[in-house]
Ligand binder design. Sequence first.
Ligand code: GLU
Length: 420
Amino acid sequence: MASMFTKARKRLKAAAQHLDIAPEVVEKLSYPKETLAVSLLVRMDDGSRKVFKAFRCRYDDSRGPTKGGIRYHPDVCMDEVMTLAFWMTFKCAVANLPYGGGKGGVKVDVHKLSNAELERLSRAYIKAFASFIGPDRDIPAPDMYTNGMVMGWMVDEYSSTVGYPAPAVITGKPIALGGSLGREDATGRGGYYVTRHLEKELGLAPGKSRVVVQGLGNVAFWFAKLMAEDGYTICGLSDSRGAIVDPDGMDPSAVAEHKRKTGRLDGAPTKGKARMMTNAELLTAECDLLVPAAMENQIVEENAKDVKAKVVLELANGPTTPAADTILNKKGVTVIPDILANAGGVTVSYFEWVQNKAGYYWGVDEVQRRLKEIMEPEGRLIHRLARDKGIDMRTAAYVHALDRIGKAVEAHGTKSFFAG
Ligand code: GLU
């Protein structure tokens, strides 16, 4: 079976067909610039030591330092980290941030570690990757199963390694350590701005449209909350164990509160008669807008034909496989691709980095205004490009990003030097 990375890379070739771009640019972007895999030896609470596989990839830095999160998950491997770094490269270009793409990860089940063990693991990661990352080289951030607390340990470890406070090395930090206001809800909010901005063209009716969100983590919760506040009906939410569905809708805050108190979705308050279903069933439930906001590879060849939504907003990274994508396109379902839909997170990470470098901090209104000023026009551009070229929005997003990355690669001197 083709690796995840090989599949992801096909997007590059597909996008290149729509651009006048030098072949060497496509070749350069077909391989990661740098990867590093290490084994971390970490002291457990019982005194024993355990090895954890850890990775980081700097995919391409033509547009600036590489940027992307660190993921803690039992399935993490170099193939996945490289794929995620490839996606970050295009995501940062879609949002026009002065960054290339990177990503990192540790193969670990966080549920099996104590907080003290997690702290030692996070500090060990930074010790091992201290010369690979850096405020002007490669800037990590949170991803699945990492959060502000983990970033706090990491920035502390990096700062004591270099000998001075270096907040700009990592984003998604706690506010007290130089984090930005508005980073917490940025990914969900960015997706919300794009959806609301394009809703007419997408055929969504505010106040009437029904939304199903897969997930109830940070990204899923904030998106659902903002949409519900604007009158959209949230008729489905889920966690890793299953989904709660009510066609009459639900208040995401009440559901999240119930989950926080009881650890489950079952029994959460909704507006009508709720029913529980599996995550797989949720993806094919009746709705106008389907929002996978949890894991990759959720909409696959087997279930794509049964998707009922008119629009899919990819708040997760890579939730739709290429085979499923083809089926959705044929069915006339509009997919707002991950590299646009969830770019709000890295965009506010960029704002955090800018504030750290300037040593001057913005109010939340300024963060949100600037986020909106990026998400709306980039979403509009990609939507228009798709319409004008008669291509789907994912291909259009890659074309748009590749145009920007290609110009940077060429400006570094690839083409014209020998051409005279
Ligand atoms: N992990 C997030 C993503 O996949 C955020 C990355 C960042 O803020 O650098 O976009």
